[in-house]
Write a protein that binds this ligand. Sequence first.
Ligand code: KIV
Ligand code: ZN
Length: 511
Amino acid sequence: MSSHIQIFDTTLRDGEQTPGVNFTFDERLKIALQLEKWGVDVIEAGFPASSTGSFKSVEAISKALTTTAVCGLARCIKSDIDAVYEATKHAAKPLVHVFIATSPIHLEHKLKMSQEEVLDSIKEHVTYAKQLFDIVQFSPEDATRTDMDFLIQSVQTAVDAGATIINIPDTVGFSYPNEYGQIFKTLTESVQSDNEIIYSSHCHDDLGMAVSNSLAAIEGGARRVEGTVNGIGERAGNAALEEVALALYIRKDHYGIESQIELKETKKTSDLISRYAGIRVPRNKAIVGQNAFSHESGIHQDGILKHRETYEIMTPQLVGVSTTELPLGKLSGKHAFAEKLKALGYDINPDDQINLFKQFKSIADKKKSVSDRDIHALIQGSEHEQSAIYQLEALQLQFVSNGLQSAVVVIKDKDGSIYQDSSIGTGSIVAIYNAVDRIFKRETELIDYRIDSVTEGADAQAEVHVNLVINNKEVNGIGIDHDILKASCKAYIEAHAKYDADAKEKEGIQS
Ligand code: KIV
Ligand code: ZN
């Protein structure tokens, strides 16, 4: 029996199925490395048969990670399993996740298969996967709407064929805690095997019960929880892993078993995913929301001052939220800056530090004091720019007449080629976006535009998020700059670049 609750992170697979979320290759790699630091046991890095982009990401993540197991998703199709094998063969701990639906509604309308055919397919494909992998995980998709006898038969078939991890997806977020927990109890009592079988939960949040259901699964005997950071994912999302990990930690008196998550890395992990996914964490979100550790009412503030635990069940420091900070200013030198980077947990090479110090100075000239959040934003922004496919070289705006603006946009790609165009519009942003559309020679529909201030105060850096629809595909982009118009332009350029990258990835899709 596993001595801890294994955390299976599917941010890069189910999480990336969130509408409008498309991570780039570099982002996937950075996310995987941070997830390893966070201490997850397994990363589901993608669905290698779905596209060359997913294949390449799973392959690169497999090569990069040293302690975390890397998993790839496969339908009950041999070429899917082969693709996972090829993509994960360099991983320190590779595994395959094979799935097929088992509910009547999926059998009748989606698969058009009988129960016997599904059982045959499970036997054939799990047996095949077991020849290539030591560890095979099997999921009966839509398990919670599957007849219990058939669910037991499906799981027994997978176990007999060599699966040692059984994941029970609540695919449409339909179950409730008692019912979901009972499924695990029934399966652990009914399914026979000489091997140790690890049961795993996989919950969607359609009714807002994904985390509660995951915890109920643990009470029912599950020893692995699948989910995503910040709960991103299809429709209403997946179980938020940070909430599961903290529930196990804070209520160990009840659950009696914990995860091996490095809790101090939680906020950093959440911030990274939020930024790359372009999905802001709600202020009141448990554990990682901005208000999670704020106390507004006088009675609460008074209580906190008298004894912290009157109104706080955990400290912000526990999840890596720093509250006491010494801000830097324009008189701070290289040494203070280097010490600050170290204190914030960054290990940056001397050349990059020189570059960052210059950027820090330019922020310090504009702002009275440079907070830790400014420094985080500076580093993340600089990493973001370095990995960007296009750099904004120049942006010029001019008032024309009758409220019309003209914009000239110049961008440079990684090979140094320059692209430029100009346009007019009914405002600065429209003019800029029209000019960028002309550079990429395509029409777009802007469906979301959001400015977040990276830090507090009127002199804060701006982080602009955009979502565009290009040829029926939704893509997102982020731009960070002190100048809102430049940030807006960078975000829009990034969305176009992501569309190109996604189109390239799709070139390799198999049917
Ligand atoms: O929700 C689901 O059923 C899934 C499966 C592929 C495991 O994500
Ligand atoms: Zn799912």
